[in-house]
Design a protein around this ligand. Structure first.
Ligand SMILES: [Zn+2]
Ligand SMILES: [Zn+2]
Length: 355
């Protein structure tokens, strides 16, 4: 089968043809319909955050059709509503299911965990073998490519809002409206936020965010913190930082009102100084980290999409074939912060740019 692999750090991904493997006893083989290309893939290619084995097939945002089930997987598949021929989304965190974190429903801290597309082969391939317990049936009416991109950005965005303790009627600031931010805007509104401020420098992304109901704040023209504090009447209840820039982490914290919570999902490599008296102590504010998401949150976001609360028509901006050159071009575009939000690899599909 064809796949697109990382063979060497800091080198372009390459095309490979590898033998197809039968599913293990508790695995399923998925025929990939869509695999999202993520900024993380860029970091794996460059080696910034990669500790996996090489060569490795990347792709952690996957959906497709169940091709076959392993010898002992039938009863678990039935319990989860997974069947041969059915469409499924793939939760990318493989966990043991029995350590204290897994039992507590915090499987992202599993001591024996592995990530599909980072530690084990991912979905830039025609077929993918994964544990059946990582599969979630895609509700009717939800396109497979939507389900794919929801597996990373949307699930992590909902985890950020859960960690921030968002409740109905609150005001939310979303710093960065790329893939994660576009989901965070829609999710916050679906979860009952009164008003959501989308902060970005890219006018096209801001226009998309406003069409989802956000109040756009152009960070190029004005101090976004001042703008958010004015618009919200003294600071927001929840600020979500999704870019991993020290300046936006700082801005998210300074945007908070009394009892505000800043959820930090972006990965910054530099320390961020915080004026604890002004921004944390005096406001009884809270700064909380966001690491991945749980299977339950994957189920939740798919259900929201099925109920029309989330749309990815404006988020998926290009489709590319399963070819290394095409995937490398998408990653190069991400490196240069080119326009567009999300690209998906669609094996067999002819390439379309929706820009
Ligand atoms: Zn991702
Ligand atoms: Zn575990």
């Amino acid at each position: 089968m064809h796949c697109v692999q990382l063979r060497e750090i800091a080198q372009p991904l390459v095309d490979r043809d590898v033998p197809r493997r039968d599913p293990g006893p508790m695995e399923a083989t998925i025929r990939i319909e869509a695999a999202g290309v993520c900024r993380s893939d860029l970091h794996y290619r460059s080696g910034v955050s990669f500790a996996g084995p090489l060569p490795l097939t990347l792709g952690h945002e996957n959906s497709g059709v169940v091709e076959s089930l392993g010898a002992n997987a039938m009863s678990q598949a039935q319990e989860l509503g997974v069947e041969v021929g059915g469409r499924v989304a793939v939760h990318y965190l493989i966990s043991c299911g029995s350590c204290r974190f897994c039992i507590a429903g915090r499987e992202q801290f599993c001591a024996h965990g592995a990530m599909i597309g980072k530690h084990v082969h991912g979905g830039f391939a025609e077929f993918l073998n994964v544990p059946v317990r990582n599969l979630v049936p895609i509700p009717e009416g939800v396109p497979s490519e939507w389900a794919a991109v929801m597996m990373c950005s949307t699930a992590t965005a909902v985890h950020a809002l859960h960690k921030a303790g968002l409740t109905a009627g609150e005001r939310v600031a979303v710093y960065g409206v790329g893939g994660l931010g576009m989901s965070a805007v829609q999710l916050a509104l679906a979860m009952g936020a009164l008003e959501v401020y989308a902060i970005d420098r890219d006018s096209d992304r801001l226009a998309r965010a406003s069409r989802f109901g956000a109040v756009a704040v152009q960070a190029q023209d004005r101090d976004p913190v001042q703008a958010v504090r004015e618009l919200s009447g003294g600071g927001v209840d929840v600020a979500v930082e999704l870019l991993g820039h020290p300046e936006t982490i700082d801005a998210a914290i300074r945007s908070l009102g009394p009892l505000g919570r800043a959820a930090i999902a972006g990965i910054a490599e530099h320390p961020v100084p915080v004026n604890t008296y002004r921004d944390v102590v005096g406001r009884e504010a809270c700064i909380v980290g966001v690491s991945d998401h749980t299977r339950a949150e994957v189920v939740y976001v798919l259900e929201l999409a099925a109920r029309g609360k989330l749309s990815f028509d404006e988020v998926i901006t290009s489709r590319v074939p399963l070819e290394a050159a095409a995937v490398n071009r998408v990653l190069d575009g991400l490196a240069e912060f080119a326009p567009g939000v999300r690209a998906v690899v669609a094996p067999g599909a002819s390439p379309t740019s929706l820009l």
